[in-house]
Design a protein around this ligand. Sequence first.
Ligand SMILES: N[C@@H](CCC(=O)N[C@@H](CS)C(=O)NCC(=O)O)C(=O)O
Length: 242
Amino acid sequence: MSNQLYQDDTPADVKNAKGLHLITQSTPNGQKVQIFLEELADVYGTEWTTTLINISTNEQKKDWFLRLNPNGRIPVIVDNTVSPPFPVMETSAELLYLLKFDKDNKFGFADELDQNELVQWLFFWHGSGAPYQGNLGFFKRASEQLPFAIERFRKETYRVFGVLEIRLSGKYTGEPREYLAGKGKGKYSIADIGTWAWVKNYTFSGYTEEEMKELPHLVKWVDRIAERPAVKKGTGEKYKNK
Ligand SMILES: N[C@@H](CCC(=O)N[C@@H](CS)C(=O)NCC(=O)O)C(=O)O
């Protein structure tokens, strides 16, 4: 038994990192954190180092990784600027942790109620969106095809997309919104980043143009966020496994 965060076979770039370090693969969950770091870099010049792993080799199930995240899933960040180094698992917790580098509240809110709205939508996607869309992909790709499971996750993901459409359309609030949290039309925040990284894959998840026509505000929101330079960087070449 040892309380060491790093061990002999921890990759050198993880072990020797001096600042903020990200261990990721460019999946929707990985992209959430990649995008937010790129946004922070654009605004504040925030710096970090990155280790790309390949989850198909099960690197994330090895002992060195489980010391950083016992759940054995990416992404994980380690903040080596605090002593002892502080590991953070679970994407929404990682986004919330990284808000400490957002001194001017560009991606969060100073107002307590606005910030709570951000947390509501971040949790909504984390608990009620990603698990369904993730399982839809899992069952669609599975060697054994189970139509009942595919249909269940397909319907539930579409229902959750519908909840986002209600929010963005302003159906019950009287005014359409551009972003999920904040007053009026809302403000781009980590709630949007966490949700967008998954929802943008709606075509890959198998939703037709016809189905997405029913969700016009959601589609516009996806397109609006896709235009951001940091979003392009956070989903781009830099994070591709070589
Ligand atoms: N709830 C976790 C989910 C993380 C997750 O599922 N990551 C996937 C990639 S998108 C992964 O590491 N899969 C590999 C595995 O399950 O071994 C989070 O939000 O951080």
